[in-house]
Each structure stands twice: as C-alpha cells, then as structure tokens.
Design a protein around this ligand. Structure first.
Ligand code: NDP
Length: 329
C-alpha cells in the first residue's frame, strides 16, 4: 500500500543529540514490544507507525523476542517497512536487541558472540533490512566474559550490520566496564536503555551521572509504567488494556488501592498543568537533558498523539516538582 508521509513531519518534534554521537533522536520514540505481534491487527500497527512518523518520530525500537510469538514484531515491522517506508529508510532510526531467550539450546540466549551475531542476522532477515541503526545488548550476562560480548558488538558494527551500539538493563558498575571496553575497541556505546519512570527511579542512583560523564545518551523504557501513569486505570480495568489482555508483566495486582490513589493525585496535578497524566509523566522525564528521548508504547494512534503533545508543556515549577515528590512518597 502506498504511503506518503506528511510533508510537515519535522515541524513540531524536538530532536536532541544522543550523548556526544552524531545521532539526534526525537524526544519521543516508539517501541514495538507490545501491540505489534502476530496476534495484533496489522492495520492498527500500520496506523500507529505512520502516525508516529507523520509526527516526527523517527526512532523505532525492536528486539529479537518482541511478539508474541518472539520474532513476529520484527516480521510485521519488516512487512510495513518494505510496503510503506521503503522510500524513507534513511529517515528512520531502527534499533533491535538480543540478550533474552530467543531459540532453544545453548546459543539462543545471553551474551556470547555466537548468539549475538546469529541473532542480528535473523533480525535483519525478519525485518528485510541490510543494517540496523542501533544494536543493543539487551541485558548483562554474568557468565560470558564482558570482553567477548563487547567485541561481538564491535564486530557487528565493523561488518556493517549496525551503525551504533547500545546497552540495556546494565547497572552502573556493569555499565562502566562495558563502556570502557567498547571505547577501547573504537566502537563507543552511544546509548543506554534502562527502565525509568516516576514509579521506577533506580537510574537516579548513579546511572544517570555515569551516562553524563561518559557522554552516553539515556533512552528510558516504560516511561508510563506500562500504562499506569495515565488515566487508563482510573475507572477500573478496560477490556482492551494491557492489564486485561494478560500478555505481559503488568497484572491486576499492580493496581493496588494505594497505587490508584497515587495515580489519581498525579492526575489532578496534570490537569492543573493543563496536561494529561501521560503527558506530564513524559515531560517530567524529558526535563533532564541527559535524556535525549523517551521510549513509549502505544496501542492506538491517539496515544502517540498524546505523547507528542507532551512537548507543548515541558516546564515544571519547583512547586510542581515538590508536589510530585510528595505524592510519590
Ligand atoms: P509505556 O510505559 O509507554 O506503556 C505503553 C502503554 O501505556 C500502551 O501500550 C498503553 O497501554 C498505555 N498508554 C500509552 N499512552 C497512553 C495514553 N495517552 N493514555 C492511556 N494509556 C496510554 O511503555 P512500554 O512498557 O510499552 O515500553 C515502551 C518500549 O520500551 C517498548 O515497546 C520497548 O521498545 C521498550 N522496552 C525495552 C525493554 C528493555 O529491556 N530494554 C523492556 C520493556 C520495554 P494499553 O495497551 O493498555 O492501551
């Protein structure tokens, strides 16, 4: 199907440099962890992707195991890129990862060179691409020598299969070792992908400082705590929500009365700021200049549009910041 991107797509989006690399990222990036697998509606997937690109979102985040079943998000994305986005490949930053279990046996998981190189070859085939823009090691592997994992990332770049490399879920001490090795190999880590939201603050305990010192960009995942930092669950559990679908890690027991009470208070504050809660949660992360982009998920186009419009109100007064902290206590 022919798709003609909006000619104004770069007008409103903010682009920020990722660490000290040459790569600029949109402040809002889109991930395909949920809602893009074989069980999802391909037309909705296409609508979300085109809506994102039409609004200046250029970074699309995948991993070998996204689905379900694993691999199917890359397959669907490959279909959509070859059907709709072929003319725009040079305007897209496409990322994938390997690190979690992808196939049976000793070579389908963790961080060996054998696994990482084979996995990326499979991802490229599924996505019908010659290269990805960013390849991440998805999680640290405490058994494989870090030297081997990092030299696999370096090899992949030298082979032309990825332009840049990144790390995900590495804690501060593991991160510094990995970044030093990559630096020595001549393939610097340009980006780190940790979980970070108002509800998940561990990165404030050293990781963000490290990334600033090493000039590595931070792209937080699940900035909306998988949908909890929105108005989605304020009146029960909608049938079409991530919690109700039961396909991931967000379960009804996350929505305790205390949590709902916190979400309600945050929601009131967001309304006072003339924003949706989802938008306030994203602006709150993006106020930190060490973070070039936040990585959202979306099950419909309106959620993409909501996220993009968080950029309309990025400033917080110190009173608002204090209120947020006291609500979160
Ligand atoms: P979010 O925290 O942004 O959650 C997305 C979900 O929130 C949506 O699917 C939707 O849920 C809900 N939502 C979004 N916008 C709104 C809105 N405006 N109003 C109401 N509800 C809304 O991120 P994800 O958890 O999806 O993660 C984002 C990306 O991060 C992933 O796709 C992946 O690329 C990456 N990631 C990386 C990981 C890693 O280990 N490196 C791990 C996890 C994610 P609903 O479906 O109910 O509509």
């Amino acid at each position: 199907m022919n798709y003609l991107a909006d000619s104004n797509r770069y007008a409103e989006m903010m682009y920020r440099r990722c660490g000290k690399s040459g790569l600029k990222l949109p402040a809002i990036s889109l991930g395909l962890w949920h809602n893009f697998g074989r069980t999802d509606n391909l037309k909705t997937c296409r609508d979300i992707l085109t809506c994102a690109f039409d609004n200046g979102i250029t970074y699309f985040d995948l991993a070998n195991n996204y689905g379900p079943p694993p691999g199917s998000a890359e397959e669907n994305f490959g279909k959509m890129v070859s059907d709709n986005f072929k003319a725009y490949r040079d305007e897209l930053v496409i990322a994938t990862k390997a690190g979690y279990t992808m196939w049976n046996g000793p070579y389908g998981d963790w961080g060996s060179k054998k696994y990482l190189v084979s996995s990326l070859d499979q991802s490229l085939k599924r996505m019908k691409l010659d290269y990805v823009d960013i390849f991440y090691h998805h999680r640290p592997d405490l058994e494989t020598p870090l030297e081997e994992t990092m030299s696999a990332l370096d090899l992949i770049v030298r082979q032309g299969k990825a332009l840049y490399v990144g790390l995900s879920n590495y804690k501060t001490t593991e991160g510094v070792k990995a970044m030093t090795l990559l630096h020595r190999l001549g393939t610097p880590c340009i980006i780190h992908q940790p979980k970070y939201s108002m509800f998940e603050r561990w990165v404030e305990d050293g990781l963000l400082e490290l990334l600033a010192k090493e000039d590595v960009g931070c792209i937080p995942f699940s900035p909306l705590a998988q949908g909890m930092l929105t108005d989605r669950y304020l009146n029960g559990i909608p049938e079409d929500s991530r919690v109700a679908k039961g396909v991931g890690f967000l379960t009804p027991d996350h929505l305790t009365p205390d949590r709902i009470d916190t979400i309600e208070k945050l929601n009131h504050l967001a309304i006072e700021r003339r924003q949706k809660l989802s938008q306030m949660a994203l602006s709150w992360i993006l106020k930190d200049r060490r973070i070039p982009s936040v990585l959202i998920g979306a099950s419909r186009t309106q959620q993409v549009l909501d996220a993009v419009h968080c950029l309309d109100n990025m400033d917080f007064t110190s009173d608002e910041l204090n209120k947020i902290e006291s609500i979160l206590k």
